[in-house]
Design a protein around this ligand. Sequence first.
Ligand code: BMP
Length: 224
Amino acid sequence: VALLVALDKPVEPGLAGLLCRVPGVAGVKVGLPAALRGGIGWARSVARECDGLRVVDFKLADISSVMASTVEPFLGHYDAFIAHSFVGVEGALDGLKSLLDSAGAKLVLVATMSHEGARDVYDPSLPLVERVVERVDPWGIVAPATRPGLVSRLRGRFPGKVILSPGVGAQGARPGAALCAGADYEIVGRSIMDTGDPVEAARLVAAAQERALASCGGGAVGGG
Ligand code: BMP
């Protein structure tokens, strides 16, 4: 179970439930455009339908009180929350981490991103970002499937952290590329959701991940 389906547009909550029950699908990640259009009530219904890993991805990057009030409506409904790491610890990620810890929720920090422009600032800042990750001690980190070398680097640096990798499908990485490099989950959006049959598309991606893992000798996935 190594596939996280990215919902960046609102879908029928029932469809999210079906996707979560596809073998190989670990859960869903709800993005800002979906939550803004669908609303908090929609996001909570999605969470009720899916009994897998439920992630809110607003890529938080603010002072802690604002990040805290952003996540509050989703606490108790979602399992994990994604924030940017570049905002630093004091007055930002420290407060968010304490709030999530006290609510029994998980924090995921972006280590670097999947698009080309990540080379401008995020990649050169990776040593600084790694220090933030060390200090904040999140449950997971986001690392790009489009650049599996970075996934391997982060896997080596943070053996105990759960790695979530976007960039499979629409952004060009093949299913399994990041898993073979050490990621725990691959995040896939458009190449599943922008098809006529997302459930079947999710099955196909999960099967392709399995084949890739079998050929790279990958073991158990979906850790954490
Ligand atoms: P898609 O498979 O349609 O390219 O979507 C990728 C998903 O992963 C989107 O929800 C996006 O917000 C997220 N993502 C990304 O693409 N790159 C990153 O570096 C970090 C992300 O969270």
